[in-house]
Design a binder for this molecule. Sequence first.
Ligand code: PLP
Length: 282
Amino acid sequence: RIVYVNGEFLPEEEAKVSIFDRGFLMADGVYEVTSVLDGKLVDYDGHLTRLERSLAELDMPEPDGMDALLEIHRELVSRNNLKEGCVYLQITRGPADRDFLYPETPKPTLVLFTLAMTLRRSPKAEKGLRVISIDDLRWGRRDIKTVQLLYPSMGKMMAKHAGADDAWMVENGHVTEGTSNNAYIVTQDGTIVTRQLSHDILHGITRAAVLRFAREAQIKVEERPFTLDEAKAASEAFITSATTFVTGVVEIDGVQLGDGTPGPVSRRLREIYLEEAAKQAV
Ligand code: PLP
């Protein structure tokens, strides 16, 4: 695999980052994951805009190469002959003597690599996901897409040990989001409910697109917190993220939703999203 590190395309074995990199020592970094369908980037502008916001919120300077990011993405997709999967991008504050204070003249690190994945015909999407609930123990700025992913990673392990696919995180009785996705329920009268944007959740790029498509399809949308009990009594549930698109949730803490298969609203939104995403990919 060919990867990109600070201005160079290299075989992954030759790519190097300093052990003093603040991304490595302090999780002082941000990232983006952009899906690739038919060799094209889905919702690239949305990911770029959020990346710039993450950098600004952390006073992290833009690395060299920032003005050529789309070309770098495309070059990497092409060099790896990637048809379906994603491009992972990470920017850290770069190497510096270990200190809690930011370095005065930071040299940010920019890394990109590709991952081949089956996205459209994912078996998980056909079967639907089983989720468990866990306390949301993350920090208070989940709207910034940082590489501090230890708690979400623990959450995924807890789900695995419980025989489930993922965990929904709960704070003050209300669901915030999944470990790596936004969370939705569909009420018995067909309204989609998902938590409103704030510092409590990541502002999903897929979320924004899916809510737009839902409204265009005359489906009612409410952006508000929902409880776990409300979720367990819902007619269906689903998640969204760049690599899962829209994927149905069929079980929450062992409680089956509907007939135990992805519901009609989830399936319809997945179809609409896939069609539109592929159309608009660059
Ligand atoms: N919420 C969290 C915590 C995430 O990690 C992610 C994606 O990685 C999302 C939501 C979904 O965001 P997006 O649709 O931009 O992939």
